[in-house]
Structure formats: C-alpha cells, structure tokens
Ligand binder design. Structure first.
Ligand code: NIG
Ligand code: FE
Length: 401
C-alpha cells in the first residue's frame, strides 16, 4: 500500500545542492520506507496510491538524529552546577569523587523501573522535537551488571517509543571506586565484559572517555582492540578538556566519530579526514561548562571532515533535551552555517552512527520525516527555543501531531 504526502517543501539534504531543496515536493511511502521522493511534476502516474496527505506547503526535513546522548541515568547534578558557578571546575569535582561518579552512585541506587521511566520521559521530549533516532551510551553503571542493566533499558526504550535507539558501551567512562588506583585492572574488566554484552545483543558501538580524568590513549587502545576483535565499531570522547591525541588513535581504528574535539590538534584532524571519521560537535557541553577553547571548526571543514551536532544529553555537562537549541548554539558559538548544522543533525549524525538508511529524504531510505510550520529550513537554527514540529512521521506512521 502506497501513501502519498504531497504539497511539501522538501529539504531532502540528499545532494550537495543547497538544502537538497525541492519547492513543490512529494514523498511516496511504502511501509517503513520512502518509495519515491521528488518534484511533484515528475510523480509517476502509474503508482497505485491508496492514501493521500496534503501538507499545505509545509517544510519537511528528514527525521532528526541525536547521535550522542547519555540518556539513561539516575539523579541530577544541579548541586555541581551551583558549585561550578562558585568557582569549582568540572575536573576538580571529578577528582574529588563527584562528577560522573556521583551519577554512577545515583544510577546504581535507582530501580530499573525508575531508570526506564526517566529515560522514557527524556526520549519523549526529544521525539516531540522531531528526533526519530537516538544514540544512548552506558557509562553510569561501571560494573558488568549495571552496564548491562543500562544498555537493556536503552533497548527497552525502543520498544516503548516509536524511535530507533543505537546503544554504545561506554564502561571506560570513569574509574569506579572498586578499582581506585588500578585503572589497568579496570580496563581489563571493561574488555572482559564486552563479548558477553555483545552476545546478548546489547551493544551497537564502543566508546571511551580519553582524558586526564578519564583513560589514557593506551588504555583506550585496549578497549578498541577488543571491539575490533568482535567486529564492533568504535567512537571516542576525544580532546574535550585537553589534547591527549585520542583523535589520532580513533582514526587509526576507523572510528565512526570523534566527539567534542575542542583541543584536537592538526594531525588528529588530518587522520580523521583520512579515515572518514565524523566530528561530532557538542555545543551544549561547551556552553554549560563555560569552555572557552573553541573546536577548530574551520580546520575540520577545510580538511573535509563531516560535521555532526548532538545534545550530549547527560546530567553533568549538558542537561539539555533540545537538539534544535544545539542547532542554534552550533551556529552562534561554533559558526556553522544553518545548513551545515541541519546536515549535522541528519545526514552526518546518521553517518556517525554507521546508519546508511536514514538522514536524507530519498527513495530507499527510512520514511522518518518531520513536518514543520516554517517558511525556510534556516529557521530551524534561527529560533532558539519554542520551535515545534507540526507532525513527526516514523517508519511511515505519524507518531506526533
Ligand atoms: O560527554 N565527558 C565525558 N562524558 C560526558 C559527561 C558525563 C558527565 O559529566 O556525567 C560528556 O561531556
Ligand atoms: Fe558525552
């Protein structure tokens, strides 16, 4: 059965032409996929259309992809926000056992039901803004059982809500108290847990926090080698607070993405360009931590590194649930163009997750799309706050109206 959505102004992002723009566009949906996308004048007459929707000239974009979140956790860190405003730094708080470890304590103490309910509330907020695919990292459990629990909850989310969830194993996020003074032993444990979690179908990719307050390049390498043996793709929290050379390592492993990158060096950028690694920019964390070192966007752009943008939703460095606000921040703070920013939360974000079936409006891709009451796609980056979709369609079905 084919459904026609006509009278749409399409930002397909499917080619290099500005916005992949089609002024009088139509989409034909077959099941969960787009069967035909193009200029309404060229719509084949022979198609057996069973259902028709008139979009009245509304703007349509691909479903949005939030390619970096830590959505499953307990507690908040509003107290640390206050402490930072009084002069404490993010790294100081982490070294004193707060930061990520304070969320680890709250997550371990929370029930499965409470973790799932909170994650559903957060994911619903994203979905209501047009996010149809979300990546969720573990990393607040830090034991086999608690990491497995958080990954399982992330998988359950995809059964409870009409969106795609990609899971990422981030046990190498912080050193848990059980391993104080023994980071190499903890990394051995992180690696030892991975085969079983993978066999249970809980892991789509593997990540690490390569930083002075996280793990070294050598420790990250061990995690990546284990991922490679299992055929799992890797990504990395790289160069967020200092230049560790993490991007270089990630590129060596053909990483899907390096994320943050405020302190990335030119060799790291060249390596990312060569390996086709996406740079995921996280303006929410930059803003919320009051970082002053800007990621080298012009150099990344000049090297041809694809730029993505994500919320990095987490309770410590980026407690936001608005990907559209990140679009605005990516433009105002990092000087992305509105079109680069939109490609960053669609086509390049999908690539950062290794998903070739979405991120653009084109025949054969998933029928995930968003209808907006806006005159032009640049408005998605222009408004900061208060911009809502008219309709969200996931796998051909309307899920938000
Ligand atoms: O992406 N940098 C490491 N991970 C998160 C922050 C996690 C936290 O502070 O709880 C980030 O910024
Ligand atoms: Fe993160």
């Amino acid at each position: 059965m084919l459904a026609l959505w006509r009278n749409a102004r399409l930002a397909t992002l499917a080619d290099a032409a500005a916005w992949g723009w089609i002024e009088d566009g139509a989409l034909v949906v077959a099941g969960q996929y787009l069967h035909w996308v193009g200029d309404a004048r060229h719509l084949p007459r022979s198609l057996p259309i069973a259902e028709e929707h008139d979009l009245g000239g509304a703007l349509v974009t691909p479903g949005l992809v939030d390619c970096h979140t830590h959505l499953v956790y307990g507690g908040t860190r509003a107290d640390e926000f206050e402490a930072r405003l009084h002069g404490a730094t993010y790294a100081d708080i982490a070294r004193q056992g707060g930061g990520i470890l304070s969320t680890v304590r709250a997550t371990r103490a929370a029930s499965d039901e409470d973790l799932l309910a909170a994650a559903i509330r957060r994911a619903r907020t994203l979905l209501a803004e047009g996010v149809t695919t979300v990546e969720i990292k573990s990393g607040y459990g830090l034991t086999y059982a608690d990491e497995a629990r958080c990954l399982r909850i992330a998988r359950q989310l995809a059964q409870r809500l009409p969106l795609t969830v990609c899971t990422t194993y981030l046990a190498a996020h912080a050193l848990p108290p059980e391993f104080t003074g023994r980071p190499d032993d903890y990394i051995a444990e992180v690696c030892a847990c991975l085969p079983e979690l993978h066999a249970a179908g809980l892991v789509d990719a593997v990540d690490a926090f390569c930083e002075t307050i996280g793990f070294s390049v050598e420790q990250t390498r061990r995690v990546f080698e284990t991922a490679r043996q299992l055929g799992l793709p890797v990504k990395l929290h790289a160069e967020q607070l200092s230049d560790q050379g993490g991007a270089l390592l990630a590129a060596e492993f053909g990483a899907l993405s390096c994320d943050h990158l405020e302190y990335v060096n030119p060799a790291g950028i060249r390596a990312m360009a060569q390996s086709g690694t996406v740079a995921v920019l996280l303006p929410g964390a930059f803003y919320f931590l009051r970082e002053t070192q800007l990621p080298p966007v012009s150099a990344l752009r000049a090297a041809g590194v694809p730029l993505a943008v994500a919320t990095d939703h987490n309770p410590g460095s980026s407690p936001t649930l608005s990907l559209l606000l990140m679009l605005n921040l990516a433009c105002t703070l990092f000087q992305l163009t509105p079109e680069e920013a939109l490609r960053g939360i669609t086509v390049h974000a999908a690539r950062a997750l290794g998903l070739a079936d979405r991120g653009v409006l084109a025949a054969g891709r998933r029928a995930d799309f968003v209808v907006w009451p806006l005159a032009h796609p640049r408005e998605l980056a222009y408004w900061f706050g208060g911009c809502h979709p008219q309709q969200v369609i996931v796998g051909g079905k309307e899920v938000v109206r």
